[in-house]
Design a protein around this ligand. Structure first.
Ligand SMILES: [Zn+2]
Length: 237
């Protein structure tokens, strides 16, 4: 099974049981004088978690295959979202210069609410940012994306303390290093996967707002891993 296929097959899971967002969600007004596009521009209508995830899956497939469409990056789109944002997804990922979510998910202005910090570690500011996007912007999925050859995770595998404030980053990653220490295979990659999964679990555990949104079926959280060479994002079971 290809990674793309495994990513898609994940969609057949229980998330499809979730319905659309609450009926009191209001679709925004149409974009002002949006020019006809050669490809389908995204609508900002409310989406279910399954629809939101599918949008990311489709965008990643375009990017990975070299057929990115760069949607929602027109002047008209800028004007449209200046009046208010309704991103359909939150992406928490590393600050690494090679892993920009707007690129690898082929999304445009106002589409995804991105939080980036080295090693995608959690703190109150990060959790508060996720809460804001879920509670007030009604994003339907939160995806924590680790990546191949993450320098922060690799440093956490070492015994180095980390100079300056770097040490606090490494300490936030080390629980996942300990969790995956005895797994077979590449230790860094095992820790990358373990840290993404652990981070995804910690978000609702740290936030009643996010936990309640999950319980209500308004949002789903996923862990994933980005491959630097293939450009593919795999959801982690
Ligand atoms: Zn990284």
């Amino acid at each position: 099974m290809s990674r793309s296929a495994s990513f898609r097959s994940f969609l057949l899971g229980p998330i499809l049981a979730f319905g659309p967002l609450a009926a009191n969600e209001v679709a925004p007004a149409a974009a002002p004088a949006a020019p006809a596009a050669a490809h389908a521009e995204h609508s900002d209508a409310p989406v279910s978690p399954a629809q939101a995830l599918q949008r990311l899956v489709d965008g990643n497939a375009r990017f990975a295959s070299g057929h990115a469409e760069h949607p929602n990056q027109t002047v008209a789109r800028r004007v449209e979202v200046a009046a208010g944002q309704k991103p359909f997804a939150v992406v928490l990922t590393c600050a690494d210069s090679r892993v920009a979510p707007e690129l690898y998910f082929d999304q445009g202005v106002g589409d995804i609410f991105v939080i980036r910090v080295a090693g995608h570690t959690l703190n109150d500011h990060v959790i508060g940012s996720i809460e804001y996007a879920v509670e007030h912007l009604h994003a339907a999925v939160v995806v924590v994306v680790g990546h191949e050859k993450c320098g922060a995770v690799a440093a956490a595998l070492s015994s180095e303390r980390g100079e300056g404030k770097i040490g606090t980053l490494l300490e936030a990653i080390r629980p996942a290093v300990r969790d995956t220490r005895n797994q077979a295979g590449d230790k860094t990659d095992n820790a990358v996967r373990g840290h993404a999964r652990r981070t995804a679990k910690l978000i609702p555990a740290s936030s009643p707002i996010v936990k309640n949104a999950i319980s209500a079926g308004h949002v789903k959280i996923f862990a994933a891993r980005y491959d630097l060479v293939s450009g593919k994002v795999d959801l982690l079971p």
